[in-house]
Design a protein around this ligand. Structure first.
Ligand SMILES: CC(=O)SCCNC(=O)CCNC(=O)[C@H](O)C(C)(C)COP(=O)(O)OP(=O)(O)OC[C@H]1O[C@@H](n2cnc3c(N)ncnc32)[C@H](O)[C@@H]1OP(=O)(O)O
Ligand SMILES: CCCC(=O)O
Length: 447
């Protein structure tokens, strides 16, 4: 411990000293999701008048973006985000924050070979342990790739960060960091618990009928995946496994209800595998030092080839809208980016290739915007909308009216299956559009 502590003391600086290393024109990467360098950003914001064109990258950025608040002009600091949720969504589609498209499984590789290398990488960690290691806590993701490629590495040590056991690439050593500062003891951002609504429960009910003992579950982000987890917790299912990118509260419900053993997993048997966690503080307590869980870098959890090795893999993700060809949009409303591809496509592909695997993309049949109700199943995606899952990859789609099979279906079968799960008020209109697009047969039956 002593040698490491000496090295720690040599590298220990104040947050203001740490923020001094940034120069005009630099690329600065903050740790992803809940490991975003919030104290560092606050200190950097104070240097606004001496800095120009500092490019800051992160993903989800759940804390206040102090540098954006200090510089609404975007001349001193400009952000880019690998995934526009959390606070990133608030600043998105402005001159302060731009989206960076990615498949999440590829983030470490893109960091190593494609993205402009960071001049400075700052990530929140736990305090150092007796072996000289700092744990990344709530997000392993691409932190090691960012450390390998950045010119200067800084740890923002937060004693409130849960210690999340590996896995792999869930921690880094004092020898891998240039500077360390101790954060002001800010809590890790926690989200309120979410409770499913009636439509989400109906959708989840259809999926529940397709689950069986021993299957391995991935829940995506959003209301429906959360509803499925809550229902599984109350079901008779047993011996389930978990292999996911994001650990969420629903997994705690399932674990506490005794549904998860991981006994049937082909790899990482008995471990709940994930790469980052986001949810309530109760969940953060549950994963802290929990040997039943293993945190990995995202190029492992999300690699479709790794997912495919796990038999009976069930992937459950959510979408914004889709078209009659089977193209799924889960990240934009027209040209307005509201989220990201994240790991959705990784899991849609991986689950399809798992023996006995199933991939469900879920969406309520309608959306109400300013009192106007419209169908989320559309003839074509809203102009400018981003295709998250190409039609070649979509397997099954679920609304509160049932499940539509897409894989292996020709264009009129897809249209028919999808119209059968669209809201009844929009089915006639969709049929007319399908006829115009020559993807409807006169003999087609109606649901
Ligand atoms: C963690 C994993 O393992 S995640 C792996 C998968 N990753 C992904 O799936 C990433 C892409 N998916 C997502 O980001 C989410 O699942 C979403 C956005 C599709 C759904 O998440 P939810 O929390 O259920 O979304 P929600 O229904 O709140 O919609 C988000 C916003 O878009 C708006 N919106 C949604 N659909 C539409 C639509 N068709 N038209 C217009 N607006 C819409 C909602 O009104 C809401 O707006 P608000 O924030 O102003 O209230
Ligand atoms: C960080 C990406 C989260 C997601 O896949 O939705």
């Amino acid at each position: 411990m002593n040698n490491f502590m000496e090295e720690y003391k040599r590298k220990l600086v104040t947050v203001d000293e740490a923020a001094k290393v940034v120069k005009s024109g630099d690329w600065v990467e903050y740790g992803p999701v809940l490991n975003c360098a919030v104290d560092f950003d606050e200190a950097l914001a104070k240097r606004k008048d001496e800095l120009w064109d500092v490019k800051i990258r992160t993903a989800i950025g759940p804390y206040t973006h102090y540098t954006i608040e200090a510089d609404p002009s975007g001349e001193h600091f400009v952000w880019s985000s690998w995934h526009q949720a959390g606070q990133d969504r608030k600043y998105a589609n402005s001159k302060n924050l731009y989206f960076c498209p990615m498949n999440l499984s590829e983030l470490p590789q893109m960091t190593r070979q494609d993205a402009i290398p960071s001049d400075v990488f700052v990530v929140q960690t736990t305090p150092m342990d007796k072996h000289g290691y700092f744990n990344f806590g709530l997000s392993s993701l691409h932190a090691i790739a960012a450390i390998e490629t950045a010119k200067i590495v800084i740890f923002e040590v937060n004693d409130k960060m849960p210690r999340c056991l590996g896995g792999n690439q869930e921690c880094a050593h004092i020898s891998q960091v240039d500077y360390v500062f101790e954060s002001k003891g800010k809590s890790v951002a926690a989200l309120p618990a979410i409770h499913p609504n009636e439509v989400e429960e109906k959708i989840a009910g259809f999926i529940l009928e397709r689950l069986y003992n021993g299957c391995c579950i991935q829940l995506g982000i959003g209301g429906v995946p959360n509803a499925v987890g809550k229902m599984v917790a109350q079901s008779d299912l047993k011996d389930l496994g978990v292999h996911t990118e994001m650990y969420a509260d629903a997994y705690v419900d399932m674990s506490k209800a005794g549904k998860i053993t991981g006994a049937c997993k082909n790899i990482d048997k008995y471990k709940q595998v994930y790469s980052f966690a986001m949810g309530t503080s109760e969940m953060y307590d549950f994963i802290d030092e929990n040997p039943g869980l293993a945190s990995y870098s995202i190029d492992y959890t999300n690699d479709p080839a790794v997912i495919a090795q796990i038999d009976n893999f069930v992937s459950i993700n959510a979408a914004v809208e889709m078209d009659l060809f089977g193209q799924i949009c889960s990240e934009s409303i027209g040209t307005k980016q509201i989220s990201g591809t994240g790991g959705q496509l990784d899991f849609v592909i991986g689950a399809y290739h798992s023996k006995g695997g199933q991939s469900f993309v879920c969406l309520p049949s309608t959306v109400t915007i300013k009192g106007n109700v419209s169908s989320r199943i559309k003839p074509t995606i809203t102009p400018g909308g981003i295709v998250t899952d190409p039609r070649t990859c979509t397997d099954m789609v679920v609304t509160e009216y049932g499940i539509a099979k897409i894989k292996g279906q020709n264009t009129w079968q897809r249209a028919e299956n999808l119209i059968n799960i669209a809201h009844p008020d929009f089915r006639d209109e969709l049929i007319k559009e399908a006829e115009n697009m020559k993807i409807w047969r006169r003999s087609n039956k109606r649901g």
